[in-house]
Design a protein around this ligand. Structure first.
Ligand code: HEM
Length: 396
C-alpha cells in the first residue's frame, strides 16, 4: 500500500512487508488512525499516546481482541492478561514473586544447561535453523523445565507442539484440536501436582494461591493463567532471539563488537526489542467516550496500540530507524501500565545467556549463502522470523 489507505484499511495483522512502512506512514499522517477492517478499530501509534492508553486501564479495558477471534473460536479467558485491576492485580501478586530479577538469577545454571544442550546438537554441523533448532525449543524448555519443574522429554515435546500451534498456527484448522489436547494435558498435570507436596514454583503458587479476597482460583482461571504464562514466554522470547541473530549475522562489525564485549549484550537486546518488538501491538476496549490526540473514541470501540510504531516514534527516539546501543531503553516492547510484561526479567536473562554462549562457541556467523530468512505473522506479531538459516565456524 502506498496511498493514504492505512488511514482506513490498516489490517489487524498487516503482512510482514508492510509493517514498518505502515508504522512510518501512520506516525506522520494519522497518528491516531481508524481502520474499517475487522469490524472497525482505532490504531494508536505515537509513543506518548500509547503510554497514556496503557496506563489508563479504567478507560481502556483489557482485552480488546484485534483481530477478533475467528468465528467458532472461543479464546479461553487468560488471567491476568484478560482482566482489569483489581482482580488482575491479585493474579500478578501470585505470579510476580516467582519472576523477580533476584529469583530469575537463581535459574541461571539451569538456563545455561539448556542452552549448552541445544547448541551441542548442531555445533558440529556448521549450520542450523536458529529458530527451529534453538530459539523455540529453548523458550519452551525454560518454561516447562524451570517454571513448571517438568522434566519428562516426551511431555516436553508434546508441549512444544501445543505452544507452536497456538502461537504460529493460531486460527488454523489445527488449533482447536491442539488447544483441547493441551487443556486435557493441563488437567492431568494440575491433578498430579495437587496430590503432591507443594514445591516452591510458579505452578504450585497458582494452585495454592488465592484471589478476590481469599478464594482459590477456579479451574478455568488456573488453566488460563498457565496458558498465558506459557504462550506469553514462548514465541516472544524465540522471536527476539531470531531477530537479534539476524541482525548480528548481517552486521559483522556489531558481531565482533558484541563478541569482544559480552557486557554490551543487554543494550543490544533492548535495541533489538525496540526496533523489532516480538509483540507488535496489544488491544484494549474503550469504556467511555474519550479523546486520544485529536480523535474522539466512543465507548465499546476497540483500540490497537501499535508498539512497532511507538518504538519508532521520532518524537521519542532520535533517528528512530538506527540501531543504537547507547539509547535509553524507553521502548514499549514489554508494554506499560498494569499489564507490563511479568516475564521481562526472565526474557532478558534468557536472551542474554543464549547469546553469551552462541557468540562464544560460534564465529563468522552469517546467513547461509543461497538460503534466506523467512518472516511471517503469528498470533501476537506481524514480523516474526520463522526460519533463520545461519552458517558459522566453530570457535575454539
Ligand atoms: C522478549 C520476550 C517477551 C516479550 C516481548 C513480551 C511482551 C509482553 C507484552 C507486550 C505484554 C503486555 C500485554 C498487554 O499490555 O496487554 C506481556 C504480558 C505478559 N507476559 Fe510477556 N513478553 C515476553 C516474555 C515473557 C515471558 C518469558 C513470560 C513468562 C514467564 C511472559 C509472560 C507474560 C504474562 C503472563 C503477561 C500478562 C501480564 C498481565 O496481563 O498482567 N512474557 N508480555
Amino acid at each position: 500500500m502506498t496511498d493514504d489507505s492505512y488511514r482506513t484499511h490498516f489490517k489487524p495483522m498487516p503482512p510482514p512487508e508492510e509493517v514498518f512502512e505502515s508504522a512510518e506512514f501512520m506516525l506522520k499522517e494519522c497518528p491516531v488512525a481508524h481502520s474499517d477492517q475487522d469490524g472497525g478499530f482505532w490504531v494508536v501509534n505515537r509513543h506518548r499516546d500509547a503510554l497514556a492508553v496503557l496506563t489508563d486501564w479504567r478507560t481502556f479495558s483489557s482485552p480488546g481482541r484485534v483481530p477478533a477471534p475467528p468465528p467458532g473460536i472461543q479464546a479461553p479467558p487468560m488471567p491476568p492478561i484478560d482482566l482489569d485491576p483489581p482482580l488482575q492485580r491479585d493474579f500478578r501478586n501470585i505470579i510476580n514473586p516467582y519472576l523477580t530479577p533476584e529469583v530469575v538469577e537463581i535459574f541461571k545454571p539451569r538456563i545455561q544447561k539448556i542452552v549448552t544442550e541445544l547448541i551441542d546438537q548442531f555445533i558440529d554441523n556448521g549450520c542450523c535453523d536458529l529458530s527451529g533448532q534453538f530459539a523455540r525449543p529453548f523458550a519452551s524448555r525454560v518454561t516447562f523445565e524451570i517454571l513448571f519443574d517438568l522434566d519428562d522429554p516426551a511431555q516436553l515435546e508434546l508441549n512444544l507442539g501445543f505452544v507452536h500451534t497456538m502461537t504460529y498456527e493460531f486460527g488454523s484448522p489445527k488449533q482447536p484440536a491442539a488447544e483441547k489436547a493441551w487443556i486435557e494435558w493441563m488437567l492431568s498435570f494440575v491433578r498430579q501436582r495437587r496430590a503432591q507436596a507443594p514445591r516452591h514454583n510458579l505452578i504450585d503458587g497458582l494452585i495454592h494461591g488465592t484471589v478476590d479476597g481469599g478464594r482459590p482460583l477456579t479451574d478455568e482461571e488456573l488453566y488460563g493463567a498457565i496458558m498465558i504464562i506459557t504462550l506469553g514466554g514462548f514465541g516472544t522470547t524465540a522471536d527476539a532471539i531470531g531477530n537479534l541473530m539476524i541482525r548480528i549475522a548481517e552486521d559483522r562489525s556489531l558481531q565482533s563488537q558484541l563478541r569482544g564485549d559480552l557486557g554490551k549484550l543487554p543494550d543490544a537486546i533492548e535495541e533489538s526489542l525496540r526496533l523489532e518488538p516480538p509483540v507488535s501491538g496489544v488491544a484494549r476496549t474503550c469504556t467511555r467516550q474519550t479523546t486520544i490526540g485529536e480523535r474522539t473514541i466512543e465507548a465499546s470501540e476497540r483500540v490497537l496500540i501499535n508498539f512497532t510504531a511507538a518504538n519508532r516514534d521520532p518524537e521519542r527516539f532520535d533517528d528512530p530507524g538506527r540501531f543504537d546501543m547507547a539509547r535509553d531503553p524507553a521502548h514499549l516492547a514489554f508494554s506499560g501500565g498494569p499489564h507490563r510484561c511479568v516475564g521481562s526479567n526472565l526474557a532478558r536473562l534468557d536472551i542474554r545467556l543464549a547469546f553469551e554462549e552462541l557468540l562464544t562457541r560460534m564465529k563468522n556467523i552469517r546467513i547461509t549463502p543461497g538460503d534466506q530468512v523467512k518472516r511471517v505473522s503469528n498470533a501476537a506479531a506481524w514480523w516474526v522470523p520463522n526460519y533463520v538459516p545461519i552458517t558459522f565456524d566453530r570457535a575454539g
